[in-house]
Design a protein around this ligand. Structure first.
Ligand code: URA
Length: 216
């Protein structure tokens, strides 16, 4: 009998827990592989674990996570309804930005998580995950506000919750709008693909080989 998604994710998690592919493995307390339902319609991709995530081995358990939970609740979703992962699975020291070689070393785990879970909607939080998956240098401020066609599903880029915690009420309002797009995408209520394409990036994703996330 073929392995279930949960079993395959379990095997991938076991590989990640033993991973020493980059320097971030040296300082970690826990690998923060990912959390949530293997059947989720929505996969949320953050940047990197922070201090609390490193302590607990679970993504988004600190202040950003609390805000994420609130925004999800506003569109009728609980944590158990979604799957949450990060671009890099180990905490960068002092919460510095993940470096290109660390992202490169880690991105195969995210690629496999997305391939196995095969969600209807991918939500990218902040610059790192949005730029990686949309393969663009355009920043999140210009990318957000639109649901992109991405490998037969929708990708909704939005600000990282930490930006809303630091920033103005406007950031939070923009995130609320983006979360309404997630709800629409789940419900099949997004405008048709014939709508004008956003000016910033192509409405369809790059080819999988280029992206290096799907297909090897
Ligand atoms: N910020 C992230 O990007 N990921 C986490 O898991 C926590 C905070």
């Amino acid at each position: 009998m073929s392995e279930t998604v949960a079993e395959q994710l379990g095997a991938l998690r076991a590989a990640a827990l033993a991973c020493t592919a980059c320097r971030l493995s040296e300082g970690r307390t826990h690998v923060v592989f990912g959390d949530g339902s293997p059947d989720a319609d929505v996969v949320i991709v953050g940047e990197a674990p922070g201090r609390r995530e490193d302590e607990q081995g679970v993504p988004f358990v600190g202040p950003s996570g609390k805000l994420l939970d609130r925004l999800l609740a506003e569109i009728g979703l609980e944590r158990d309804d979604v799957y949450i992962a990060n671009v890099v699975k180990c905490r960068p020291p002092g919460n510095r930005d993940p470096r290109p070689d660390e992202i490169e070393a880690c991105k195969g785990y995210l690629r496999e998580q997305l391939r196995l879970i095969d969600p209807k909607v991918v939500v990218t939080l902040g610059n790192f995950s949005s730029k990686l998956l949309l393969k663009t240098d355009t920043g999140i401020t210009r990318l957000r506000g639109t649901a992109y066609e991405w490998w037969g599903r929708h990708l909704v880029p939005t600000f990282h919750p930490a930006a809303a915690l630091r920033g103005s009420a406007r950031v939070l309002e923009d995130m609320r709008y983006d979360f309404s797009l997630i709800r629409d995408a789940i419900d099949g209520n997004l405008a048709s693909q014939d709508d004008p394409e956003p000016e910033t990036t192509p409405a369809s994703g790059p080819d999988p080989e280029q992206l290096g996330l799907f297909g090897r």
